[in-house]
Write a protein that binds this ligand. Structure first.
Ligand SMILES: [Cu+2]
Length: 67
């Protein structure tokens, strides 16, 4: 499964790295591609193992807003 999150507040590569790591650390997430310019995170994950709410929370825990 593939999901794109709209993330607000990313400004630099540190933000990009923090979000990538936070999402990749979730059980069930296969890989993450963060687009800093577009403010998006593309998440490839296994359905049933991880929810969108968990992804949102992981990003919010880093201090960013998710739409
Ligand atoms: Cu930053």
């Amino acid at each position: 499964m593939e999901k794109t999150l709209d993330i607000k507040g990313m400004t630099c590569n540190h933000c990009k790295q923090a979000i990538t790591t936070a999402l990749q650390d979730l059980n069930g997430v296969n890989y993450v591609v963060v687009d800093l310019k577009q403010g998006k995170a593309h998440v490839n994950y296994e359905e049933g193992k991880v929810t969108e709410a968990q992804m949102k929370e992981a990003v919010e825990d880093q201090g960013y807003d998710v739409n």
